[in-house]
Design a protein around this ligand. Structure first.
Ligand code: FES
Ligand code: FES
Length: 162
């Protein structure tokens, strides 16, 4: 199949990349663009490590063709930190502050799945957070601290609003 140059909007930057129609989004993001914060675990839609935001929704980039993402807004973990100062997003800080990061392999996916939820529902219940994260697997932390990190961030948001 012949390759084609596509324009991908990733983290508010337009990348022109030469890809084949069968290239997966996760491979293009990691190998052609070099944003390795997005992880590739199972490659089959089972672990959530490859989660990115596409038009604000959490999506598994190992199940998406990159060519199908032209014209969509893609956000990777690198895109949620402050782009000018490099300061981490408060949700990233909450994961660190609550000890929710061990090896870190699942962390970008966990954070982006949480962010997609909270961006649309700023006051999620514990059940809603668990539901949003059910496709993200962690081999290290046992999920308690991850849940705590997300809940702490939600609490901080609520206090800010009060
Ligand atoms: S690498 Fe995509 S779900 Fe596991
Ligand atoms: S921190 Fe290691 S897989 Fe989650």
């Amino acid at each position: 199949m012949s390759k084609k140059v596509v324009k991908l909007d990733i983290n508010d930057h337009i990348y022109e990349v030469l890809i084949s129609p069968t290239d997966l989004l996760v491979d293009v993001i990691r190998k052609k663009i070099g944003l390795t914060g997005t992880k590739k675990g199972c490659g089959e839609g089972d672990c959530g490590a490859c989660t990115v935001l596409v038009d604000g929704k959490a999506q598994l980039s190992c199940l998406m063709l990159a060519i199908a993402c032209e014209g969509k807004k893609i956000t990777t973990i690198e895109g949620i930190a402050n782009q000018e100062t490099g300061e981490l997003h408060p949700l990233q800080k909450s994961f660190l502050d609550n000890g929710a990061v061990q090896c870190g392999f699942c962390t970008p996916g966990m954070i982006l799945s949480s962010k997609a939820l909270i961006d649309h529902n700023p006051h999620p219940t514990e059940k809603e957070i668990k539901h949003a994260l059910e496709g993200n697997l962690c081999r290290c932390t046992g999920y308690v601290l991850i849940l705590k990190a997300v809940e702490s961030y939600v609490d901080a948001l609520s206090k800010k609003e009060a």
